[in-house]
Design a protein around this ligand. Structure first.
Ligand code: NAD
Ligand code: DAU
Length: 353
């Protein structure tokens, strides 16, 4: 049994689906608060899979987390739960501090108590895997080398500062209490079930809806894109073979400017679902005000995980982005639920919130 937190969100849900796609996989306890970013439709295909147990709750709820650990005795905790959107963190950082810092602190304390009570093999094999981001390293100039694990932290947004704080807590729990932790810092993900507040799904859905495609500033900022399935496989490898107390950068060697990404999506849509007027989707691109404190460039040096653990991504940006655009075209029900907000109806029915 493994305990996954935030497993109804974009990456967490992809991870749970990938994990359970192997018939011999251990069961998953999936603890998720179902914020606006949590969507049970992401897990619809597991409805009749008894290996998946969904628990609606907060990683900051000590009583609940202790109860889950005592009842299910997981051999690992994989912490995806977070507030993840930079723009939202700029508008209102409170929840970012609460979940990303205080929530992670709570999880660490619960894990420490639980792990302290384990014996022999169970104690030796237990892992706390913290899922983090490349944004903790700060921003690169065009000529800087890509982020290595040794790069000092220089977070610039409330989101990245909160993730950096959580990484530091995880590190300290290893050094002080010897809690068996591993941390992964990954670059920008894209793929199925990505909530359309983030650049790639937003552009796909706005393009199809005939809306403008908002590019912040001059669109020359660079992100290093990784297909979400590759992130999930990297996490499994680190969980299995990662050295305790170590951090591993995960990336796909796919640096692109935002404007290039938007143009690539437009070109794929021109081919797969041409506009009825025959004009290119790129006509919908609109340059809008820049994000405050917008980091210029992220780039991951992924040589450590490749050399030490043998992981490398399976997808290039070309193959991954094509798969992704197709997925959004092939899943209109999921899209409709998210666009209309009806994916939240279940919450209302179940919890009257
Ligand atoms: P997401 O916003 O899509 O999902 C987050 C999930 O966490 C949601 O299901 C939400 O309901 C849940 N959640 C939020 N607060 C919670 C709480 N207090 N208790 C329990 N559950 C809670 O995020 P994502 O893009 O899937 O990111 C997952 C993790 O990966 C995050 O930690 C993020 O920092 C990290 N990360 C994301 C990316 C990326 O490109 N999306 C890249 C690198 C790292
Ligand atoms: O680098 C990893 C991070 O990637 C994760 O830790 C975050 O959780 C994840 O949200 C993502 O952060 P970004 O801020 O890079 O992602 P976002 O999709 O919001 O933006 C990608 C780039 O596109 C960024 O430079 C801002 C720009 N952008 C974004 C939106 C939503 C636009 O130009 N227009 C937009 O409308």
């Amino acid at each position: 049994m493994i305990l996954v937190t935030g497993g109804a969100g974009f990456i967490g849900a992809n991870f749970v689906l990938n994990w359970l796609s192997s018939v011999s996989a251990e069961g998953v306890i999936n603890l998720d608060k179902l914020t606006y970013a949590g969507n049970l439709a992401n897990l619809q295909s597991l409805k009749n899979d008894s290996r998946h147990t969904f628990v609606h709750g907060d990683i900051g709820d000590k009583k609940l987390v202790n109860k889950l650990l005592a009842e299910h005795r997981p051999r690992a905790i994989i912490n995806f739960a977070a507030e993840s959107h930079v723009d939202r963190s700029i508008h209102g950082p409170t929840e970012f501090i609460q979940t990303n810092i205080v929530g992670t602190f709570n999880l660490l304390e619960c894990a420490r108590e639980y792990w302290g009570g384990l014996e022999h093999v169970e104690k030796d094999r237990f892992r706390f895997h913290h899922v983090s981001t490349d944004e903790v390293y700060g921003s690169l100039s065009l000529s800087d080398p890509a982020f290595k694990e040794t790069k000092p932290y220089e977070p610039n947004s409330p989101y990245s500062a909160s993730k950096a704080a959580s990484d530091h807590l995880v590190r300290a729990w290893f050094h002080t209490y010897k809690l068996p932790v591993v941390t992964t810092n990954c670059s920008n993900n894209y793929g199925p079930y990505h909530f359309p507040e983030k650049l790639i799904p937003l552009v796909i859905l706005n393009a199809l809806a005939g809306k403008s495609l908002p590019v912040y500033g001059d669109g020359q900022q660079i992100r290093d894109w990784l297909y979400v399935g590759d992130h999930c496989s990297a996490i499994s490898v680190v969980l299995d073979k990662g050295k305790l107390g170590e951090t591993y950068n995960i990336g796909g060697w796919n640096e692109k400017t935002n404007l290039d990404v938007v143009n690539i999506i437009c070109a794929i849509l021109d081919e797969l679902r041409p506009r009825s007027d025959g004009k290119p989707y790129s006509k919908q691109i609109t340059f809008v005000a820049d994000r405050p404190g917008h980091d210029l460039r992220y780039a991951i040096d992924a040589r450590k995980i490749q050399k030490e653990l043998g992981w490398r991504p399976a997808e290039t940006f070309d193959t991954g982005i094509r798969k992704t655009v197709r997925w959004y075209l092939d899943n209109p029900d999921w899209v409709q639920g998210v666009v209309t907000g009806s994916y939240r109806d279940w919450l209302q029915k179940q919890y009257l919130i």
